[in-house]
Design a binder for this molecule. Structure first.
Ligand SMILES: C[S@@+](CC[C@H](N)C(=O)[O-])C[C@H]1O[C@@H](n2cnc3c(N)ncnc32)[C@H](O)[C@@H]1O
Length: 459
């Protein structure tokens, strides 16, 4: 049975959990205030402690379960429940799928795009593998009290949990991380320290192709010159399946994990991934879905909703390494991809060559700037797929879309709130025909879904 931490100063309170919040925490009420309690499940009566008090809500800590949900399941053995990324691991998988359907229904109810109660929300598409599906590990490294620690921070803290057993992470990526830690110790590599803002190795990113098993390692450092880093890279190259080692340089004031400068230390420029029969080269900074098996199902769903015709020009907005446009290229006259990260645009262009695709081009820049230019140039924008980051679509872009009105429009989203908000604005010209949630990240509250929009008859 999972042990839950105790905050000795606070007295125990008893709470009945009503539902799950968007971050997977149990929600109940205490003296008419909403209280969020991680690891507590709907229907449970729990003993909790208040850990933080805010004007409109409280945060609590689970102490003990008095009445247990029939949907509660045990965590896999040896797993530290404190690590982020396992927020729903206590809940049976069917209930996780229900929760993800419920998330988008709740967001639609909250923001109510036009005719929201007529939107068909389908059941969540389950993931084929609910454990060990993540093919990228990104662990922080620290040196504390004479010991090197490599792992993940406990949520909202600076407390690094050493090499947690992550049951969602692929076994190869975890094994590679562990071996790199041993090499760091053996070669006395300097590790950066947030307390002194010192230079050194900060993060180790390991990404593996599902199709070819090739592993790409990136050593993220504060400062460029780290003694013996090349020697470390040389040793890493000898590990199973590793085909390249890169260095990415960041600074302490960078809120992102990755900095802008990436250099290759050894090996191949890319690893090769395969999705639905097409091959994709991935450079270290390029975005790629973390669950390659379920990615095939996500893209199949998106292509089905697109339902393209041969005379159309498809805009693949937020194109990454060109996946969706390349997969759709034989169904349309032309594909134009738009993406901000230069390396990803280079990868997309390379990926076209690799797959013998001649009707696709990729433009570097923000969609909100590039799309109005394409319109000015008279490019026919008749089919569109958008796959933005969690922040959703920018308002200026939505204005352009309401002006251009692409006939065919599919929206892949990783955030039900921003999707629902964007649909409020887009419903000025579009009806939302259907939304299909797709579970890309079992055991977490992370949401992904595909929405099909159709032009309103009266517009
Ligand atoms: C969720 S990923 C989708 C990538 C791709 N469609 C895929 O399935 O692999 C979002 C992508 O949008 C890019 N991006 C972020 N903001 C952008 C913007 N304003 N304009 C164009 N691309 C952007 C990111 O670099 C990232 O590659």
């Amino acid at each position: 049975m999972t042990k839950f931490a105790k905050n000795k100063q606070e007295k125990d309170i008893i709470i009945t959990i009503k539902r799950l919040g968007i971050n997977g925490e149990g929600i109940g009420y205490y003296k008419k205030k909403i209280i969020f309690i991680p690891n507590a499940l709907p229907g449970e009566v729990v003993v909790a402690k208040i850990t933080k008090t805010y004007p409109h809500y409280l945060e609590g800590e689970l102490v003990r379960i008095k009445e247990k949900s029939p949907h509660r399941v045990a965590l896999p053995k040896g797993v530290n429940p404190e690590v982020g990324g396992l927020e729903l691991a206590n809940l049976d998988y069917n209930s996780q799928l229900e929760f993800k359907k419920h998330l988008i229904l709740e967001s639609l109810r909250k923001f109510h795009p036009r005719n929201f109660n007529k939107i068909k929300v389908k059941n969540t598409l389950p993931a084929p593998d609910i454990w060990h599906y993540r093919n990228k590990a990104q662990y922080q490294i620290e040196f504390e009290k004479g010991k090197t620690k490599l792992g993940l921070y406990a949520p909202n803290s600076h407390r690094l949990i050493d090499l947690p057993k992550m049951p969602t992470q692929s076994k190869d990526t975890q094994a590679t991380e562990r071996k790199i830690k041993q090499l760091v110790d053996k070669l006395h590599i300097r590790v950066s320290d947030y307390r002194h803002k010192s230079d050194g190795l900060k993060t180790i990113a390991v990404r593996q192709s599902h199709a070819t098993k090739e592993i790409q390692v990136t050593l993220i450092t504060v400062g460029k010159k780290i003694k013996n880093l090349k020697l470390l890279a040389q040793e890493i190259m000898k590990l199973d399946n590793v085909v390249s080692v890169f260095q990415n340089e960041t600074q302490w004031d960078n809120p992102q994990v990755w900095g802008n400068k990436t250099i290759k230390l050894f090996g191949k420029d890319h690893i090769m991934e395969e999705i639905l029969g097409k091959r994709f080269k991935l450079s270290p900074r390029a975005f790629f879905q973390l669950n390659p098996v379920q990615t095939q199902n996500l893209y199949t769903q998106a292509l089905k909703y697109l339902d393209l015709s041969p005379d159309q020009t498809l805009i693949d907005a937020y194109s990454g390494v060109g996946t969706l446009g390349i997969l759709a290229s034989d169904q349309v006259r032309q594909v134009i991809g738009i993406e901000t990260i230069a390396e990803a645009v280079d990868d997309a262009q390379e990926n076209c060559k690799l797959n013998h695709i001649r009707n696709a081009e990729y433009i570097q820049g923000g969609v909100e700037k590039v799309l109005p230019n394409l319109k000015k140039q008279g490019v026919p924008i008749d089919a569109l797929i958008v796959d933005p980051p969690r922040t959703g679509l920018n308002k200026k872009l939505i204005k352009t879309l309401l002006d251009v009105k692409p006939e065919t429009f599919v929206y892949i989203s990783c955030n039900p709130s921003t999707l629902a908000k964007d649909l409020v604005l887009l419903s000025e010209a579009y009806d939302v025909r259907v939304i299909k949630p797709v579970d890309m990240m079992p055991q977490t509250p992370r949401w992904e879904g595909v929405a099909k929009l159709v032009l309103r008859q009266d517009k």
